[in-house]
Design a protein around this ligand. Sequence first.
Ligand SMILES: [Zn+2]
Length: 260
Amino acid sequence: MNETLRTRDCDKVLLVQAEFDGELDAAEAATLAAHRQHCPACQAAAAALQRARLLMDGGLYEPAPDDVRRRVMARLAAAQPPAPAPLWALRSRMRAWWSAGIGFGLGAACAAALALLIIAPSGPDPTQELVASHIRALQPGHLEDVVSTDRHTVKPWFDGRLDFAPPVKDLKNEGFPLKGGRLDYVDGRPVAALVYQRDKHIIDLYIWPGVLVGGRLPPTAEYHGYNIVHWRWGGMTFWAVSDVEPAQLSDFAQAWQRAL
Ligand SMILES: [Zn+2]
């Protein structure tokens, strides 16, 4: 029981971890699956992760004793900026440890890291924050800062308002016409929100650079009657939020990824 993810055996091993966390899109996952058929290192990594998950799901880990918890939290507080690290940030750090080649197995190091996860203060759940933002935007006058069905109007509107250029696509032919866009704030940073319509329903598409969320966040979620679909593309992270049916929101996500 001492498997490790060893990047020196195959540089795709980290993708195995990403796939395990649901962070690959369909094309990336298919490419990885084809590669893994012929790669013992990636097969071993996938098997080790699967075993680890089974152990974790089986209740292997127990809460840390109070004094250990206090000491770890004090050390974390000393080593970090004052804001409490959200759970996903600690998970990202775990992944950074993997990628640094430390490659711990299921020994003491792993148990210690998981203890950190268990006692970490739970951070804001991005799905809840996104749904709250979506509901706020539905109030009269809050939906769009720029009202236009023309992506060549909406896209340049973001110039100078964000430090990245969000891709803007019109999906009128797919039944999701573009309505406009606005600036929004998620997880303390300005993000682009594109507004689409499906019949009488509004779909907000939030976009920002990077892969913010680690862990095992599912690509789809539901919160208080709103549906959420999450994907990554071109170095950006995308969140579609709406009260349309889950199947329709998936259609939207797929149409968006297909569209040029
Ligand atoms: Zn491989």
